[in-house]
Write a protein that binds this ligand. Structure first.
Ligand code: NI
Length: 171
């Protein structure tokens, strides 16, 4: 297992839609394990393959409990797709490992139904509500090349862009 480098905004790779996974081989399985380790190390609630520079429809979701000394747990979804979504959920303080030092409130669906494959290629269907549904929406957005800052007001987004420009000048 290895901790991978996380691609950060404004890297153009983040705005490119990911390709469908057609074969779940050992390379994909190793990538998923490395993505999980990278997510736990950060730590983050989820991670999409595009965030480690791999343009494939794969996400991992952190399911580690809040209890102290809890063992790290996760699940991986291959080719996830939102097939149903309804209700409204105000996702306060949403953040992203690819958008460092920034958090914002994002309007999300409250409930989603997601279809995907697991690492063994079995078809899955997930029904989630509230925060877990937000994590799925956020990670699946990455596979479409969408970041959470694309879903906030233009004013807030410009604020972040100016901050990034300043950092890049300072390098
Ligand atoms: Ni993200």
């Amino acid at each position: 297992m290895a901790i991978l480098d996380i691609v950060t905004y404004p890297d153009k790779r983040l705005s490119k839609p990911s390709d469908t996974v057609t074969e779940i081989d050992d390379t994909i399985k190793t990538l998923i394990e490395d993505m999980a380790e990278t997510m736990f190390d950060a730590p983050g609630a989820g991670l999409a393959a595009v965030q480690v520079g791999v343009n494939k429809k794969i996400i991992v979701v952190n399911t580690t409990s809040d209890e102290e000394d809890a063992e790290n747990t996760y699940f991986a979804l291959i080719n996830p797709e939102i097939v149903e979504a309804d209700g409204e959920y105000t996702s306060a303080d949403e953040g992203c490992l690819s958008v460092p030092e920034f958090r914002a409130t994002v309007k999300r669906f409250n409930r989603v139904k997601v279809t995907a494959q697991d690492v063994d290629g079995n078809d899955l269907e997930l029904n989630e509500e509230g925060f877990p549904a937000v994590v799925l929406q956020h990670e699946i957005d990455h596979l479409d090349g969408t970041l959470f800052i694309d879903r906030i007001s233009k004013l807030k987004r410009e604020m972040y862009k100016r901050k990034v420009k300043k950092w890049m000048k300072g390098r």
